[in-house]
Design a protein around this ligand. Structure first.
Ligand code: IMP
Length: 179
């Protein structure tokens, strides 16, 4: 069944079952990879809040979780968008970090954020993203755990938004083809 979010129509893309099954697989893999390491998960708000919740529920190795918000704005220099993290109070030194992101599109957000995280001297940083648009990637980035690759269509639901709306569903929808 299609849904309307503001001025756009979206059609079903991933069902609740498909999402939950894939998250269970990711959680099993991450739990095995990080056994005995006490990793710190960092969820990127707002979009990853549902994914982070469901992933973390299924992690079986002792772990902690924190959330941050990345604020992007146009700087006055030619470097363009500047990203600042808000709310990270943990000491990251020597911690094994797993970033939980909703979707990696061009990779700009993550490739800008990671160097600032590296300055806090964690032992390691890996990225876990629910969705990835491989064809849109413009910034060199290693994605360690990817839920689903998609063809680059705009998606909403399960925490992902269109202008703030459309987050509130258990499924993910993609934008309807406009002909
Ligand atoms: P990037 O910096 O281009 O990789 O974009 C990543 C951010 O853009 C994500 O964290 C989302 O907030 C947003 N974004 C990219 N594609 C979509 C989409 O299809 N639906 C909703 N948000 C998206």
């Amino acid at each position: 069944m299609s849904i309307q979010v503001l001025d756009k129509t979206f059609v079903p893309y991933l069902s609740e079952q498909e999402i939950q099954d894939r998250i269970n697989q990711l959680a099993i893999q991450i739990s095995a990879d990080y056994e005995g390491k006490n990793p710190l998960f960092i969820g990127i708000l707002n979009g990853s809040f549902m994914f982070a919740s469901d992933l973390f529920k299924n992690i079986t190795t002792p772990s902690t979780i924190s959330f941050i918000k990345l604020v992007s704005y146009k700087g006055t220099t030619s470097t363009g968008t500047v990203i600042t993290s808000i709310g990270l109070e943990e000491n990251l030194q020597d911690k094994d970090i797993i970033i939980i992101e909703d979707i990696v599109d061009t990779g700009k957000t993550m490739s800008t954020f990671i160097p600032s995280l590296q300055q806090l001297q964690p032992a390691s940083i890996r990225i876990c993203t629910l969705l990835h648009k491989p064809d849109a990637l413009q910034f060199p980035l290693r994605l360690d755990y990817v839920g689903f690759n998609n063809q680059g269509k705009f998606v909403v639901g399960y925490g992902l938004d269109y202008d703030g709306y459309g987050r509130n569903s258990r499924e993910i929808f993609q934008i309807a083809q406009t002909s």
